[in-house]
Design a protein around this ligand. Structure first.
Ligand SMILES: [Fe+2]
Length: 475
C-alpha cells in the first residue's frame, strides 16, 4: 500500500470514528432526555392548577403535587402595579401568604421501561397533594405567585382576577376553550402543548381556559396528568375552568381544587360562577347511574333561577357528554337519557349556549327551541372580527325576549379525532357537522351584545392553523 492510500484509509478511519462518537453522544442525549421526561423524584411542585374559587374577582384556588413529604402547602402572592412588568424574580417583601392542607393521593405510574406504551402496566405510587384557597384578592388585578412548603418553591407564575364591572358594548373578556386532550403517551401531550401555544398566540391574556373534559386517557396514570400540566409552557399562568370527563373520573377532584374553604359549591364536580355578568354553569355527567343525579338537576334549576343567572348578559352551560350531537355518541343510551333530562331545562331557563365535548369532532346546532325540536327565530348577519368573517345569529324571541339555545362542540384538542359517519337523527337540528383530522381550539370574545366563537385546527406537523368556523350570537 502506498503512502497516499494509507493516508486516505487513516482519514476515513478518523471520519468513521468521529461519526460513531457523534452517534453515541446523540443516543445518550436522547436517552437522558427521555428519562428526564419521566423523572418525578425532585422536590419541586408539579401539576400546578389554578381554578376559580367562589368569586373570580376575589378568590383563587391552587392545587399541586409533590413526590412526597412536605406537610405544608403555602401560596405567596402580590399584585403588580398598573403597567408593571412581571419578572422572573419573586419580591418577597411585597408578598401575602395563605396556607392550605395536604393529603396523600394513592395513584399509579407506569412500570419502569413501560413509560412510552399506551397500555403501560401501572404500579402503585403515592404522592402528596397540596391545596390552598386564596381569598380577599382585589378585582381586576394581575398577581405574581409561587407555591411551596416554605423551603422549596415553584418558579413565579401569574394570575388575574375578574374585573369588578359588567360587560358593555366596548368592554368584555376573552377566553380559550379546549376539550378531550385525552393523551396516551408523551408525544400526545407534545401535540397538546402545541395546541395550547397556538391558542395563547391568538389569545395572549385570556380571562380563563375552559377544558370540557377528558384530560387524560387513563385517569390512574399520574405520569400523563403530569404531561398535561407541565408540557404546555405558560399553562400555570392561566386559570382553568375544568369540566369532568368520563375518562377523568375520580382523579379529577385531586387535580383541581373547586369551591371555597367553607362552601360546598363544586364538591360533587358541578358548580357555577359569574365572570363580569356572564353566568357559567358547569355540569358533571358522571354523578348519576346513567344520567345526571336528581340532586344535580335540582341544583341546576336552582342555579339557573338565581338572580345572577337571570340577569346575566349571557348564560353558558359547560358539559362533557354532549346532550346534542349527530355522530359517534349521539345515540348512546346515556346520551339519550341526558338529552331528555337537560334539553327541557335549558329551554325553560333560556340558556344561550351549551359548550359540549366527548364526541371529538366539530358540531354546532341550529338555535333550537321546544326541547330541541324547532328552530328559533333569528336574523343572520356577517361581521368582521379578529380578521375573520363571523356568522352572527341574532335571536328574535317573543316579546323581545331572545329564545333558543345553541349546542356547540368545538372539536377535540388532542391526538384522538373521531370520524364516524353522520347519524341521520331527525330530531337533531344540525347547522355544522365537520370531521376535523387535526386538533382544535376555540377563542371566545364576549361583550354586552355579542358572544363570538372562533375555532381553529392546528396542523400536527407544520406550524399552521386553519379556521374551522367563526360564528356568534348577537343580542
Ligand atoms: Fe369523553
Amino acid at each position: 500500500m502506498d503512502q497516499k492510500n494509507k493516508k486516505h484509509i487513516m482519514i476515513l478511519g478518523i471520519v468513521i470514528g468521529a461519526m460513531l462518537l457523534i452517534l453515541v453522544a446523540v443516543l445518550v442525549a436522547v436517552s437522558v432526555s427521555r428519562n428526564s421526561r419521566n423523572k418525578l423524584d425532585e422536590m419541586d411542585p408539579f401539576d400546578i392548577a389554578l381554578t376559580f374559587g367562589d368569586d373570580p374577582k376575589t378568590h383563587k384556588n391552587f392545587s399541586w403535587y409533590t413526590v412526597s413529604g412536605p406537610e405544608r402547602s403555602i401560596v405567596e402572592y402580590y399584585p403588580l402595579e398598573t403597567g408593571e412588568a412581571a419578572t422572573d424574580k419573586f419580591d418577597l417583601t411585597r408578598a401575602s401568604s395563605a396556607e392550605g392542607f395536604t393529603e396523600t393521593i394513592d395513584t399509579y405510574l407506569p412500570k419502569e421501561g413501560d413509560e412510552y406504551s399506551a397500555s403501560a402496566v401501572l404500579e402503585p405510587k403515592s404522592f402528596t397533594r397540596h391545596a390552598v384557597f386564596v381569598s380577599g384578592l382585589s378585582a381586576g388585578k394581575k398577581y405574581v405567585y409561587r407555591v411551596g412548603d416554605g423551603t422549596n418553591w415553584s418558579s413565579p407564575g401569574l394570575f388575574t382576577t375578574a374585573p369588578d364591572s359588567t360587560v358593555s358594548k366596548t368592554e368584555g373578556f376573552s377566553f380559550i376553550i379546549v376539550s378531550d386532550v385525552q393523551g396516551f403517551v408523551y408525544s400526545d401531550y407534545e401535540l397538546w402543548a402545541k395546541v395550547f401555544r397556538k391558542s395563547s398566540e391568538m389569545c395572549s391574556d385570556p380571562a380563563f381556559m375552559v377544558n370540557l373534559g377528558d384530560f387524560v386517557e387513563r385517569q390512574d396514570n399520574a405520569l400523563v396528568w403530569k404531561y398535561y400540566f407541565d408540557l404546555p409552557e405558560g399553562l400555570r399562568n392561566v386559570t382553568t375552568v375544568p369540566v369532568i370527563g368520563n375518562k377523568d373520573d375520580k382523579m379529577f377532584m385531586n387535580y383541581f381544587l373547586l369551591g371555597t374553604k367553607d362552601g360546598v359549591n363544586g364538591l360533587n364536580g358541578y358548580y357555577s360562577f359569574d365572570y363580569m355578568n356572564v353566568h357559567f354553569t358547569v355540569l358533571n355527567t358522571g354523578d348519576g347511574s346513567k344520567d345526571l343525579s336528581k340532586t344535580q338537576v335540582k341544583w341546576l334549576k336552582r342555579d339557573l333561577e338565581s338572580a345572577n343567572a337571570k340577569n346575566a348578559a349571557f348564560r353558558v352551560v359547560l358539559i362533557h357528554k354532549a346532550p346534542y350531537s349527530d355522530r359517534n355518541h349521539a345515540d348512546d343510551s346515556e346520551i339519550v337519557e341526558i338529552r331528555a333530562q337537560l334539553l327541557p331545562v335549558f329551554d325553560e331557563y333560556g340558556v344561550d349556549v351549551v359548550l359540549e365535548g366527548h364526541d371529538h369532532y366539530y358540531f354546532r346546532s341550529e338555535p333550537v327551541t321546544d326541547n330541541g325540536t324547532a328552530v328559533a327565530g333569528y336574523t343572520a348577519s356577517v361581521v368582521n372580527s379578529r380578521g375573520e368573517s363571523v356568522n352572527v345569529f341574532t335571536l328574535t324571541g317573543e316579546n323581545g325576549v331572545p329564545g333558543g339555545s345553541f349546542y356547540f362542540m368545538p372539536g377535540a384538542s388532542g391526538v384522538k379525532q373521531h370520524n364516524k359517519s353522520f347519524r341521520d337523527m331527525p330530531e337533531i337540528l344540525t347547522a355544522r357537522s365537520i370531521i376535523v383530522d387535526d386538533p382544535t381550539f376555540c377563542i371566545c370574545d364576549v361583550t354586552e351584545d355579542h358572544i363570538y366563537f372562533y375555532t381553529y385546527s392546528v396542523d400536527r406537523y407544520r406550524s399552521v392553523t386553519e379556521v374551522v368556523e367563526c360564528w356568534g350570537i348577537g343580542k
